[in-house]
Design a protein around this ligand. Structure first.
Ligand SMILES: Nc1ncnc2c1ncn2[C@@H]1O[C@H](COP(=O)(O)OP(=O)(O)OP(=O)(O)O)[C@@H](O)[C@H]1O
Ligand SMILES: [Mg+2]
Length: 191
């Protein structure tokens, strides 16, 4: 967003691991916000990560771009764990996967601090049969991903087409929930 609209006038890098990035969707949201869609799209660098090694390697490239003067203010990884989960499938590979993920999380933190940019990652949950009471879902990557993240939000479907964002970990805010909707205009409070 431009600074006169409360933004930081920066660029964004979107690392797509699932092949779901759609420029048309950005265009739709930009138009609803009365922004120039072409301009908005020019400020988003999209990189498709083909496997976890490639996903890791892309961070170096982003560091180089930031060093060269690209005003990258936001890095999005959608999704953080899909490749890791697919490539390290069995229980026997869990330790290796977690080690690799841990290194990756630390690389992300370093990138964020060095270049003063925000990192936003999506992650999936899985059913945890050991959980007898309460919500039986746990995040992929476990504590390694959890502890390396400053804020964690749990997104789920609510009633009548609504969605619920639940803050589950924050250094300065209490746990809370907010209802939102996904519309043509993007994320909105009501439809
Ligand atoms: N133009 C639109 N207007 C309203 N809703 C839309 C529009 N485009 C997409 N959606 C809704 O957004 C949802 C898809 O959202 P999204 O792709 O962010 O899901 P996701 O959380 O990434 O899913 P996954 O975990 O499979 O990656 C769908 O429920 C779809 O109905
Ligand atoms: Mg998705």
């Amino acid at each position: 967003m431009p600074s006169e609209k409360g933004g930081v006038n920066g660029k964004c890098v979107f690392i797509d691991t699932e092949g779901t990035f759609r420029p048309q969707r950005i265009k739709q949201i930009a138009e609803a916000m009365q922004l120039n869609p072409e301009k908005v799209l020019k400020n988003i660098f999209v990189a498709r990560a083909f496997n976890s090694d490639h996903q890791i390697l892309l961070l170096e490239k982003i560091g180089e771009m930031a060093k060269a003067g690209e005003p990258i203010k936001l890095l999005i990884i959608d999704s953080l764990t899909a490749h890791f989960r697919a490539e390290f499938a069995g229980r026997g590979q869990l330790a290796d996967r977690q080690q690799k993920l841990n290194r990756y999380m630390h690389d992300l933190m370093k990138l964020a601090e060095t270049h003063n940019l925000a990192v936003y990652v999506t992650n999936q949950v899985m059913a945890n049969p050991a959980q007898m009471f309460g919500d039986p879902t746990t995040a992929i990557g476990g504590h390694i991903v959890g502890h390396a993240s400053t804020y964690r939000m749990y997104l789920r479907r609510g009633k009548q087409g609504s969605r619920v964002a639940k803050l589950i970990d924050s250094p300065n805010l209490p746990d809370n929930e907010a209802i939102y909707y996904v519309s043509d205009a993007g994320v909105v409070d009501e439809i």
